[in-house]
Ligand binder design. Structure first.
Ligand code: ADP
Length: 255
């Protein structure tokens, strides 16, 4: 009997729809809606630059230190700054406690996040120095690499590091046969594909493109377009967050 009821529970879990017949998702969003985004710049007094994001249930903090002297010196690059990036998920950021030690996933994400931001920074202005970037995921619900890139770029700008453009990031994917924007953890796990994109809006240039799962070539093109549109919306939020910190201060100075 117990087995039967557990089988039933498993079956109802499998048949539970993530997108209803009106194309509305479990959290009430339409297919191409972002989750609610809240961004704040300059919240860590001891960092040179910092930013915080809440995107749906994600809560992530980024801090930038530098450009500063590099130790050990032999790691220094003669023609540009070394960008060092650490993406880390706190043990309490997911339902089951996560080991605080860096996992293979975190090491990989640190690398791809660094590579997605490097094209935006004038690293050549600061030879032989390092710029250290820390991304701390306090609460995770899918799409943390993209949200991490979004705030890392803001933290770099807040640190006054010269940049070609902000980098904005957002994922698209496929769930129950529909292309969707900004997947939650549940949608990511149950869905057919996840495609994180980072984008420099003023250059119309993609700096990160990954894909997990399967899409046809038409779906792939559509999903990239959808993610880029999501990045453009994120870019608007980023600019507002920078203005909220710096324009208010400038106005106060004028008075
Ligand atoms: P992203 O967060 O960029 O989408 P993944 O696709 O690797 O990266 O992870 C998707 C989600 O899976 C994360 O946002 C998080 O909610 C969850 N997750 C990742 N690692 C763990 C872990 N060790 N334990 C539990 N959940 C995790």
């Amino acid at each position: 009997m117990a087995k039967k009821s557990s089988e039933k529970a498993e079956k109802s879990e499998k048949t539970e729809k993530l997108i209803n017949k009106n194309d509305i998702r479990v959290d009430g969003r339409k297919l191409n809606d972002l989750r609610p985004v809240k961004l704040e710049v300059g919240i860590l007094a001891n960092a040179d630059g910092s930013a915080y994001i809440e995107q749906g249930k994600n809560k992530i903090l980024a801090g930038v230190y530098g450009p500063k002297e590099l130790h050990p010196k032999h790691l220094a690059l003669p023609d540009r700054a070394l960008l060092h990036c650490r993406y880390h998920m706190a043990p309490f950021s997911v339902q089951e406690r996560k080991s605080p030690a860096p996992s293979r996933r975190e090491i990989e994400l640190s690398k791809v996040i660094r590579e997605s931001l490097e094209p935006s920074i004038f690293t050549e202005y600061y030879p032989r120095t390092s710029i250290d970037l820390f991304i701390e995921v306090l609460q995770a619900d899918g799409g943390t690499r993209c949200a991490g890139i979004t705030i890392a770029s803001l933290a770099l700008a807040d640190a006054g590091i010269p940049m070609r453009d902000l980098v904005s990031a957002c994922a698209a994917g496929k769930v129950e046969g529909h292309l969707v924007l900004d997947l939650t953890d549940t949608e990511d796990k149950a869905g057919e594909a996840d495609l994180p994109v980072a984008f420099m809006p003023n250059f119309n240039a993609i700096t990160l493109l990954q894909m997990d799962g399967k899409l046809t070539s038409e779906e792939f093109e559509q999903a990239v377009g959808m993610a880029v549109e999501g990045c453009k919306q994120i870019y608007t939020h980023q600019k507002e967050a920078l203005k909220a910190k710096y324009l208010v201060k400038e106005e106060a100075v004028e008075e």
